[in-house]
Design a binder for this molecule. Structure first.
Ligand SMILES: [Zn+2]
Length: 143
């Protein structure tokens, strides 16, 4: 669900004032606009977004073009067991962030199922999310 300038755009039908998500972003977004996105109403991930500018990208046959992507800030997340090494895993049930060495040392047998890879997404550690199986580079605009 998107909330853009006070209007809800959703793919469900719970309020007659809501509008369909079947609309081009170019019709509702403009540079310097702040808007909000909610994903999954069970374990909701709420994201505030800002439109920095407009980019003309070639239209692909499948309709998807990735024109920008953030890099995972590796050094920002430190293991919460040793407090030294970069975290590579996330445990949503116990200690949240775990490095490779602490994972090997502390997570044995069935405990391995409690831990998910720390992926480059606001959904990391949420609802069993392990990242995309699709290579984002496949959709990246080149040239
Ligand atoms: Zn560690």
């Amino acid at each position: 669900m998107f909330e853009i300038e006070g209007v809800i755009y959703a793919d469900y039908d719970i309020d007659p004032r809501d509008r369909s998500m079947d609309i081009r972003l170019s019709e509702v977004l403009r540079p310097d606009l702040t808007f909000r996105y909610e994903y999954d109403f069970g374990t909701t991930t709420d994201i505030d977004l800002y439109v920095f500018g407009e980019v003309k990208a070639p239209l692909r046959r499948d309709g998807i073009s990735i024109i920008g992507q953030n890099d995972l800030p590796e050094s920002q997340f430190i293991c919460e067991i040793c407090g030294e090494r970069p975290a590579k895993h996330i445990n949503p049930y116990r200690i949240r962030l775990v490095c490779d060495a602490c994972y090997d040392e502390h997570y044995k047998g069935d405990m391995k199922y409690e831990v998910l890879p720390l992926v480059n997404s606001p959904r990391a550690g949420v609802c069993g999310y392990e990242g995309s199986r699709v290579d984002p580079g496949e959709y990246r605009v080149r040239g």
